[in-house]
Write a protein that binds this ligand. Sequence first.
Ligand SMILES: Nc1ncnc2c1ncn2[C@@H]1O[C@H](COP(=O)(O)OP(=O)(O)O)[C@@H](O)[C@H]1O
Ligand SMILES: [Mg+2]
Length: 236
Amino acid sequence: MALLELDGLHTYYGLAYILQGVSLNCAEGEAVALLGRNGQGKTTTIKSVMSIVVPKRGRISFQGTDVTAWPSHAIARKGMSLVPEGRHIFPALNVLDHLRVPVSAKDVDRSERLKFVLEVFPELKEKLDDPARGLSGGQQQMLVIARALMSRPKMLLLDEPMEGLAPKAVKRVIEALKIIQETGVTLFFASTSCERAFAVANRAYVIEKGRIVYQADREEMMGNLEVQRHYLGVRG
Ligand SMILES: Nc1ncnc2c1ncn2[C@@H]1O[C@H](COP(=O)(O)OP(=O)(O)O)[C@@H](O)[C@H]1O
Ligand SMILES: [Mg+2]
């Protein structure tokens, strides 16, 4: 059984018809990428999962429960954590305060979680008392991922987590996502880059104009330059 399953999602912004029947799934423990050029519906898919924009039709199941149109906080409480695009930090707030997020699950041991996230992101450890505005772009991204992990989610949704980062920071985010996956967290993330996505993902879906047009595992997709060229604008 899939941990997350989207079945025929149709999502609108007002009259604008964006997702036109998106179906996909993630099995427990997988890292799945949603690939596509800008404006094809990656963010809308992620927002639909968390009911930030509620699909007009279709069904979302998470851990075997129909969570379609559940309030975002209820989906979060069930074990889904979101890392939105951009790096939403509070510039004046220090790093430790960012990690003091409300944790609704009763059995989550806050100090144990803090220890865990600082093991995944040791670069944050020495900055705990520093205001977040002093962090590099990569460190800010690590901080928002760390914050999303504080609730001990079963699944992380990440919207373009490697976008706009220096190559060294991209490498760190990739390493961290792999470690997080190894601890049993299922990953679903949007990306415009096949190569970067498959540094983490074992499988990917390609979205174009609000429809899933292709899906493949790493080996098949990396070997298929035709698809990469056609849907992702890879030259060569
Ligand atoms: N709030 C909005 N209102 C109207 N249209 C939107 C809104 N947000 C996104 N769109 C449109 O929806 C389409 C898909 O956008 P998005 O899901 O953000 O794509 P991606 O994340 O793949 O770049 C685009 O055509 C975009 O212009
Ligand atoms: Mg987007």
